[in-house]
Design a binder for this molecule. Structure first.
Ligand SMILES: *[C@@H]1O[C@H](CO)[C@@H](O)[C@H](O)[C@H]1NC(C)=O
Ligand SMILES: *[C@@H]1O[C@H](CO)[C@@H](O)[C@H](O)[C@H]1NC(C)=O
Ligand SMILES: *[C@@H]1O[C@H](CO)[C@@H](O)[C@H](O)[C@H]1NC(C)=O
Ligand SMILES: *[C@@H]1O[C@H](CO)[C@@H](O)[C@H](O)[C@H]1NC(C)=O
Ligand SMILES: *[C@@H]1O[C@H](CO)[C@@H](O)[C@H](O)[C@H]1NC(C)=O
Length: 284
């Protein structure tokens, strides 16, 4: 009885309230590192060379506000036909909390923008991707209107798994204007949000994209094949990642998507917010 009351009390406390720990409005790039990599040999066989040049990654004013621009360009560069920008947070965050990014997201042939979370170097105590986990808040490809929110987990590649089985946003997102793309990352569930914001410490407004129970995810020890206990792999710190990819296995699997590439194309990021759970983690 006492135990179940305690569980109830903790459950109601974990209807989380949040404290802001990062509110980046891009006065500078001090919270970010730039990836420099030709991606054609990456798992997704993307076409772009990510550079740290100001052609691909820069801050400018948009509608009177500072914004981070990640820009895909068609140009010959060190063997690649396209360049683009990918940044990751200089610090790791979590586990747990609310992560929210306000951005204008590009659409078009061959263009694959993403707002996501990934452990440093795609690796954690649980192993390499996807045993380390990946939290994709927003992805979109090609000219169709669909958005996707996905968790990747399971074993190391190729023994990966993902959830939910239908990862398509259950509404048509407005890709022409700035919107908030967020995830409420908790020990027992992961909820993806569109246009929600934290007001007075609680999630306010917006559309719920999906909610995934921790019973849906797992991580497998590559050596023993055994599942790790608890809510692995989503109980370690992750980096925030923002990028615009060009080409790659997924978009180019769609008829017509990878001809007449819609470059230049840019993601315009106005604000990145990280909110920690107000309770200490051992209360959750
Ligand atoms: C984030 O910074 C902007 C610009 O300074 C400010 O308007 C906003 O209130 C801040 N939000 C939080 C949660 O601190
Ligand atoms: C850009 O990347 C190159 C190649 O990794 C590196 O040598 C250079 O220091 C970087 N410059 C900046 C400003 O980060
Ligand atoms: C770059 O474009 C040329 C011309 O379309 C093509 O032949 C070549 O394979 C492309 N290179 C890469 C690395 O995709
Ligand atoms: C995976 O299993 C091996 C063999 O038992 C063990 O040595 C290793 O520590 C395990 N990895 C982790 C991250 O627990
Ligand atoms: C997946 O979600 C989309 C958007 O709500 C919906 O149109 C589609 O029918 C769903 N597909 C399945 C297989 O449930």
């Amino acid at each position: 009885m006492v135990a179940s009351l305690l569980v109830l009390a903790l459950a109601s406390m974990s209807a989380a309230t949040f404290i802001n720990v990062l509110n980046d409005t891009f006065q500078d790039l001090s919270n970010w590192k730039m990836m420099v990599r030709y991606s054609v040999n990456s798992g997704n066989k993307e076409w772009q060379y990510y550079t740290n040049r100001s052609n691909n990654v820069y801050i400018t004013q948009v509608n009177g506000q500072n914004a981070l621009i990640l820009k895909a360009i068609q140009e010959n560069y060190l063997g690649a036909n396209f360049t683009s920008g990918r940044v990751y947070s200089a610090s790791s965050w979590g586990p747990y909390g609310f992560f929210n990014v306000k951005a204008i997201v590009p659409k078009g042939n061959g263009i694959w923008p993403a707002i996501w979370l990934l452990p440093p170097n795609s690796r954690s105590i649980y192993g390499n991707w996807a045993a380390c986990g990946e939290i994709d808040i927003m992805e979109t490809i090609c000219t169709n209107t669909a958005g996707y929110a996905t968790l990747h987990f399971g074993g190391e590649s190729p023994n990966t798994a993902s959830a939910p089985s239908n990862n398509t946003y259950p509404f048509i997102a407005d890709w022409s204007n700035a919107h908030w793309y967020g995830v409420d990352w908790q020990p027992t569930y992961m909820s993806f949000w569109y246009d929600a914001q934290i007001v007075n410490g609680v999630i306010t407004g917006g559309n719920l994209i999906s909610s995934i129970s921790s019973s849906s995810w797992y991580s497998v020890n590559t050596t023993t094949g055994q599942r790790y206990p608890g809510n692995a792999p989503f109980d370690t710190p992750f980096n925030i990642v923002l990028n615009v990819a060009v080409g790659g296995t997924w978009p180019c699997s769609r008829p017509g998507c990878c001809s007449n590439i819609a470059a230049p194309a840019q993601m315009t990021v106005f604000n990145v917010q990280v909110w920690q759970n107000a309770q200490s983690e051992d209360q959750l």
